[in-house]
Design a protein around this ligand. Structure first.
Ligand SMILES: NC(=O)C1=CN([C@@H]2O[C@H](COP(=O)(O)OP(=O)(O)OC[C@H]3O[C@@H](n4cnc5c(N)ncnc54)[C@H](OP(=O)(O)O)[C@@H]3O)[C@@H](O)[C@H]2O)C=CC1
Ligand SMILES: CC(=O)N[C@@H](CCC(=O)OP(=O)(O)O)C(=O)O
Length: 340
C-alpha cells in the first residue's frame, strides 16, 4: 500500500494521555495516516503536540487544532476513521454527529460500553444516546468486527485486564463463583488534568470505589457473571496489575486451565501467558497483556499486567482498527515505546 492509499484518520482529545499515545501510534502506523489531531484547549495558533510532550520533538510534530462543528463536512471528506479520547459525556455528544457524517468511530470513553441503558445511567450519571445499531464492545481478542460498524466501544482499562484473564476459563468456574478483582493502577489512569488526589506526590497506595466503580458492571457484562471489583491507586505513572480470585469446579486441574488459556490465545500475538507473576515493568510502554495463574485447591488466582494507556486504551483501539481493516492484530503496535 503506498502512502496515498493509507487510511486517513483523526484523534480527538489528542492533548490528553490516551490521545497522545494514539497520536504516536498512528503517526508511526504503516497503514494509517493521521491527518488531524484535535484538542479543546488548542489555540487558533497552530501548536505541535511536541509543545506539550517535548519527548516527541523531532519525532512527531503533529499540529493540535481546536474543534468546531463547522469543520465536520470537511473532516468527513478527508478522513475515514476517528478515535475519541475524550471525557465520556463529550464522546456521547460527538460520536452520533461523526457517525451521521459517515465516519467510523473508535470511542475510548465509557459512553457506549454498557448495553443496558439503566446501568449506564447509574454508572455514568447521564443518559446514553440511542443509536440505530447496537454498538460492539471491542475486547479485541473476543470481538469479530465485520468492517461496516459505524461505532466501536473500546473497553475500559481495568475491565480489559480482568476479562482477558477470566473469559477463557469462565465456563470452568462454579455456578455461583463471583470472581474478586483487586487491581492497582498508576496515576495516568486518572488522565492528564491535574487533581490533588491523583497527583503522584499525594498518592499513597489506597483502595477507592470499592464495589461501586463504574468498571464493575462493565466487567460483569464482559465476563458474563457478577464480579467484585476493588480498584487501587498507586504512586507510579502507568500500568495496571490485577490480582483475581475465582472458584473453579471440583476436579478442574492446572492443566485444564492452562489448556483453555493456550487454546484461546494461540493466535493472539498481544497476549503472553507467562510462567512467573508479571512485573509492571515488562508491559509498560508495550501493547501486551501478560497473564499468570496458579490453582490452589479450588481457588484460581490470576496475576495480570497491562499498560493502562496502551492495551488498556490506545493500543487496544488501534488493534481494533487493524481488525476492522483486516490488518494483522499487532500492525503498528510493536517496538514503538510510549509517550507519557
Ligand atoms: N487514562 C487511562 O488509563 C484510560 C482512559 N480511558 C478513557 O479515554 C478517555 C480519555 O482519557 P485520558 O486520556 O485519561 O484523559 P485526559 O484527561 O488525559 O485527556 C482528555 C482529553 O479530552 C479533552 N477534553 C476535555 N474536556 C473536553 C471537552 N469538554 N471537549 C472536548 N475535549 C475535551 C482534553 O483536551 P484539552 O486538555 O486540550 O482541553 C484532553 O485532550 C476518557 O474517556 C477515559 O475514560 C480509557 C482507558 C484508559
Ligand atoms: C486510576 C484511575 O483513576 N483510573 C480511572 C479508570 C481509567 C479510565 O480512564 O477509565 P475508563 O477505562 O472507564 O475510560 C478511574 O478509576 O476512574
Amino acid at each position: 500500500m503506498s502512502k496515498q492509499e493509507t487510511i486517513q484518520c483523526a484523534v480527538f482529545g489528542a492533548s490528553g494521555y490516551s490521545g497522545a499515545e494514539l497520536v504516536w501510534l498512528l503517526h508511526n502506523h504503516p497503514e494509517f495516516t493521521l491527518t488531524h489531531a484535535f484538542s479543546s484547549s488548542a489555540r487558533e495558533k497552530a501548536e505541535p503536540i511536541s509543545a506539550l510532550y517535548p519527548q516527541l520533538s523531532g519525532r512527531c510534530e503533529q499540529i493540535l487544532q481546536p474543534w468546531h462543528s463547522d469543520l465536520l463536512p470537511q473532516l468527513a471528506q478527508q478522513v475515514r476513521v476517528v478515535f475519541l479520547a475524550l471525557p465520556h459525556e463529550t464522546s456521547a455528544e460527538l460520536a452520533p454527529q461523526l457517525i451521521a457524517a459517515g465516519l467510523v468511530v473508535f470511542d475510548l470513553s465509557g459512553a457506549f460500553r454498557l448495553s443496558d441503558a439503566h446501568q449506564h445511567l447509574q454508572a455514568y450519571g447521564f443518559k446514553q444516546p440511542k443509536l440505530e445499531a447496537a454498538v460492539p464492545y471491542g475486547l479485541a481478542e473476543f470481538t469479530q468486527l465485520r468492517g461496516d460498524e459505524p461505532l466501536i466501544a473500546v473497553p475500559g482499562c481495568y475491565p480489559t485486564a480482568a476479562a482477558l484473564a477470566l473469559r477463557p476459563i469462565s465456563h470452568l468456574l462454579t455456578q455461583y463463583s463471583v470472581p474478586i478483582v483487586n487491581a492497582v493502577s498508576g496515576v495516568t489512569g486518572a488522565g492528564r488534568k491535574a487533581q490533588l488526589h491523583t497527583s503522584c506526590a499525594e498518592v499513597s497506595l489506597q483502595a477507592y470505589g470499592i464495589a461501586s466503580h463504574r468498571h464493575q458492571p462493565e466487567m460483569a457484562q464482559s465476563i458474563g457473571r457478577e464480579v467484585l471489583f476493588v480498584p487501587h491507586l498507586g504512586n507510579f505513572k502507568r500500568g495496571i496489575l490485577a490480582t483475581i480470585y475465582a472458584q473453579v469446579q471440583a476436579g478442574i486441574s492446572t492443566a485444564t486451565i492452562a489448556d483453555s488459556l493456550a487454546a484461546c490465545y494461540a493466535d493472539q500475538p498481544l497476549i503472553r501467558l507467562v510462567d512467573t507473576p508479571p512485573k509492571l515493568a515488562q508491559v509498560v510502554a508495550t501493547p501486551y497483556c501478560d497473564i499468570y495463574f496458579k490453582l490452589h485447591e479450588q481457588q484460581l488466582i490470576f496475576s495480570v499486567a497491562i499498560d493502562n494507556l496502551l492495551k488498556g486504551a490506545a493500543a487496544q483501539a488501534v488493534q481494533l482498527a487493524n481488525q476492522y481493516f483486516r490488518l494483522p492484530a499487532s500492525a503498528g503496535l510493536l517496538n514503538l515505546g510510549a509517550v507519557v
